[in-house]
Write a protein that binds this ligand. Structure first.
Ligand code: SF4
Ligand code: SF4
Length: 348
């Protein structure tokens, strides 16, 4: 039966190269990036899978491609890639550090029919520049202004940690002043280079306090304040939670989307670096259907710890990347245990 289209996204990293070297970056080092032809074949591979699902299961699917890096604007063929993705029926978004978005680049992004441009900020100027290097904050805000000048209000993405958790109110003002339309927060995942920032990750109490603080900023006239954290909706969940074995919301990893890295490796999520295959040589549809890692992520009985018995499982499952990072700190690869930053298990 057809109904509301099912959103399905692929986060496509077109390069691991970057003009910055952020302290919390989840990338670990350079890789052999896919050529232009290989990127286009990867997009076609996903398109074929989506068309097959739509045909075989009579589904209406709305696919989107979130193009990122590294810094995607370092790729000479970025705009032809975006154009190819649009031709293949994907809606396209761009995730960038914003520092390379001048007036002409902003115009090209608009012409490429990119629906959403996400620019990363790590906090106010001193915090951001401590993480990314001197001058990066001003350059990112310039980029956001250029996008606004093209009628494209950017989404500002903030990775929340103890370094910036008290800055939400000021960041709303910065977003409004720079012409951004959305301010979105996600939790620090201490993986890749970000492992050294593990002591800055929020405790469960701090997560609850941060979510409480965010509520004060919702309803802003010009900026939509939101979070990409599955936990954030839990205190506001009203009515019965669907008692189902099928995820209906929450962590997207392997459920509503996947990541493809610059060398073609397919992962449940970029912050969860468990490769399940490579799109250069394998069918995307087969990978999606057959990966044991993805099936475990989708199977309630595989979860344990607090998430294994929690009634919020269908709408949450915590952040699997945070769970994996915590497990790795204890020497294991268990990505199905508790999200150690969850303050809400007691509500279940
Ligand atoms: S225990 Fe797990 S599923 Fe339940 S609210 Fe916490 S993170 Fe979400
Ligand atoms: S593991 Fe899930 S919640 Fe965590 S960053 Fe990835 S998609 Fe988001």
């Amino acid at each position: 039966m057809r109904g509301t289209p099912l959103d399905f996204f692929v986060q496509l990293h077109v390069t691991e190269r970057c003009n910055l070297a952020c302290r919390h970056c989840y990338q670990s080092g350079p890789v052999a990036e896919m050529s232009h032809q290989e990127v286009c074949r990867a997009i076609t591979n996903v398109k074929t899978a989506v068309e097959g699902w739509a045909r075989d299961y009579d589904m209406d699917i709305s696919p989107s491609l979130h193009v990122t890096g590294g810094e995607p604007l370092l790729r000479d063929d970025l705009f032809p890639i975006l154009s190819f993705a649009r031709q293949c029926g994907f809606s396209a978004s761009l995730m960038t550090n914003g520092t390379l978005v001048g007036a002409e680049t902003a115009r090209r992004i608009r012409m490429a029919e990119v629906g959403d441009v996400q620019v990363s900020l790590d906090g106010l100027e001193s915090t951001h520049d401590r993480m990314r290097g001197r001058g990066a904050y001003r350059q990112a805000l310039e980029g956001i202004r250029h996008l606004a000048g093209e009628g494209m209000p950017a989404s500002i993405n903030v990775t929340v940690s103890r370094l910036n958790m008290g800055q939400a109110g000021d960041l709303v003002a910065v977003a409004a002043h720079s012409g951004a339309g959305t301010l979105a927060f996600s939790r620090l995942v201490p993986s890749g280079r970000g492992r050294s920032l593990a002591p800055q990750a929020l405790t469960s109490r701090e997560v609850a306090a941060f979510h409480q603080d965010l509520k004060r900023h919702r309803g802003h006239a010009r900026v939509t304040v939101t979070t990409r954290d599955p936990l954030a909706s839990i205190p506001d969940v009203e009515g019965a939670i669907p008692d189902t074995e099928v995820p209906v919301a929450g962590c997207a990893a392997g459920m509503f989307g996947v990541t493809i890295t610059a060398d073609g490796t397919v992962m449940p999520c970029r912050r969860m670096d468990l490769g399940i295959g490579n799109i250069r040589t394998q069918s995307f549809r087969d990978l999606w259907a057959d990966s044991p890692v993805l099936w475990k992520l989708r199977t309630r009985a595989e979860y344990h710890g607090r998430c294994g018995t929690c009634r919020f499982w269908p709408v949450c499952r915590g952040c699997r990347a945070v769970a994996l990072a915590a497990a790795r700190a204890d020497g294991s690869e268990d990505f199905l245990g508790s999200d150690p930053q969850c303050p809400y298990f007691r509500l279940s």
